[in-house]
Design a protein around this ligand. Structure first.
Ligand code: NAD
Length: 496
């Protein structure tokens, strides 16, 4: 099924057909790969190798490091379709979303090439005569990347493109639910290296395994930065462990994203925004729209339209023209059902959420996206269930809507649909949304790479991708240079 894509990208059959760990496709549950997982000793060895690579790579001029990422972008362009298809097979994304994810990788490569010539520091005015100060940025060390199943390749590229131009090697532990794409990305990185020529070995490495293997990286003091994407549960374990050894952490964790639908909103536009954000990727995006706060004056108008649009969304094989593919696995389906039961117990009116296509795909889990109407926000709506469930609640007063939208533990993405300038600007102001991402007249999902991506509170506080996110992969140094013949002390202190 996947052989043609794997071989086009340079992955050898023995790498994914001869191990004892089975990889299933969520499309129909069949085994598409058999891999060998790493041991903790192997992980530690790879980290040592990466340390050696760091010593060489950090002194290569940054624009030259950028050239490697430019070449990676070229290889990705060449294999956009191959990798996109593999993402569909392994993560169950529809074709457009698989391709979109690879495009995001290409975009971040382009961005990082530019960054490689813009690792700017500062010059700072010194208070002392004959002195100047500056701030410089240096490579940080080995970067460990832990990624989730739902953006199985983009997250690697966000980290890797920037880490490499910033002078660091990368070790990647992909999700155990999507390890094959990691073999493909590594093969393409090696293609780029072959074109690049003189680079140290072990600049990019993959480690395959579950939590124990991720943990081996988390606990290893030679990993300077652990960039971990996944559930808040994972971050709660990883964050303190890295902090205990004074390592750095970049956490990209769960979201519970909301839309405020105001009385002046363009409802046609909002409807499209709601459908894409709530049901795209079968509700398995960290930025999926999960809570909708509708002004009481528009509820009667919009809710039937949302329900009728939900009824027309085609669900099925992600490569056969459908808009919604499968959930990742049975656990995910069970979680969804258990949340819907809790929602009913809490008085919610549930529409949808049933399993479909079970006869055709007994070992895969396709569901109709669910809508839950609640009178008010409760703990069911406050937690993230990684499935297509949209909680709909009404509001009367705009300030109350902002309060409800912020009244969750997570702080990733948020948006408002309004044509009222005051509401829009208030939503974006310091008393508005408390999320890392706040949008106006556009949904919660589908971010571009140019902005910094990430969120507050239990989302972890990390920022990846655009803007100055590159700084997470470097260490900052403050320099004071004295070019005078005196040695004046700061703050005018006289010493002896
Ligand atoms: P998950 O937490 O189950 O797993 C994510 C990764 O962490 C996997 O590679 C897993 O093996 C590893 N892991 C888990 N526990 C670990 C531990 N104790 N030590 C080391 N590694 C550990 O998440 P998932 O089910 O793959 O993905 C869904 C979750 O990820 C959702 O909560 C979603 O919101 C979140 N997510 C967040 C972002 C973001 O940018 N904020 C992006 C994608 C997904």
């Amino acid at each position: 099924m996947i052989k043609q894509y794997m071989s086009a990208m340079g992955v050898k059959e023995e790498q994914y057909q001869h191990g004892d760990f089975e990889v299933n496709t969520p499309i129909d549950g069949t085994v598409i790969g058999k891999i060998t997982l790493d041991s903790v000793d192997e992980v530690n060895k790879k980290i040592q190798n990466a340390q050696a690579a760091f010593k060489e790579w950090r002194v290569v001029p940054a624009p030259k490091r950028g050239e490697l990422i430019r070449l990676l972008g070229e290889v990705l362009r060449e294999h956009k379709e191959d990798l996109g298809m593999l993402v569909s097979f392994e993560a169950g994304k529809i074709k457009q979303e698989g391709l979109g994810e690879v495009q995001e990788m290409i975009d971040i490569c382009d961005f990082a090439v530019g960054v490689s010539r813009q690792l700017y520091g500062l010059t700072i005015a010194s208070e002392r005569p004959g002195h100047h100060m500056r701030e410089t940025w240096h490579p940080l060390g080995v970067i460990g990347v832990i990624s989730a199943f739902n953006f199985p390749v983009a997250v690697w590229s966000w980290n890797t493109a920037l880490a490499i131009v910033c002078g660091n090697p990368v070790i990647w532990k992909p999700s155990e639910k999507a390890p094959l794409v990691a073999l493909a990305c590594q093969a393409m990185f090696e293609k780029a290296l072959a074109k690049f020529g003189d680079a140290p070995d072990h600049l990019s490495q993959v480690i395959l395994g579950k939590t124990d293997i991720g943990n081996a990286m988390v606990e290893n003091k030679d990993i300077a930065l652990v960039s971990a994407t996944g559930s808040t549960r994972m971050g709660r374990t990883v964050g303190p462990k890295v902090a205990e050894r004074f390592g750095k952490c970049l956490l990209e964790l769960g979201g519970n994203n909301a839309m405020i639908l105001a009385p002046t909103a363009d409802l046609d536009l909002a409807l499209r925004g709601i459908i894409f954000s709530a049901v795209g990727t079968a509700g398995q995006r960290c930025t999926t729209l999960r809570r909708l706060f509708v002004h009481e004056s528009v509820k009667e108008d919009i809710l039937p339209r949302i329900k009728s649009a939900y009824g027309t969304v085609s669900i099925g094989h992600p490569l056969e023209g459908n808009l919604v593919g499968p959930l990742i696995d049975e656990d995910s389906f069970n979680n969804m059902q258990s949340t819907l039961n809790k929602a009913r117990e809490a008085g919610g009116i549930v529409t949808g959420g049933e399993r479909v296509l079970a006869d055709k795909y007994p070992d895969a889990y396709y569901v109709t996206p669910a809508i839950v109407e609640f009178d008010e926000q409760n703990d069911v709506a406050r937690s993230e269930t990684f499935a297509p469930i949209l909680y709909v609640m009404t509001y009367k007063d705009f300030d109350e809507a902002i309060e409800m939208q912020n009244d969750v533990p997570q702080g990733l993405s948020s948006c408002i649909f309004t044509n009222d300038l005051r509401e829009a600007e208030t939503f974006l102001s310091d008393r508005g949304s408390d999320c890392g991402i706040a949008n106006v007249n556009i949904g919660t999902s589908g971010a571009e790479i140019g902005g910094a991506f990430g969120g507050e509170k239990e989302t972890g506080g990390g920022r990846e991708s655009g803007s100055d996110a590159w700084k997470a992969y470097m260490r900052r140094q403050t320099n004071t240079i004295n070019y005078s013949t005196e040695l004046p002390l700061a703050q005018g202190i006289s010493f002896g």
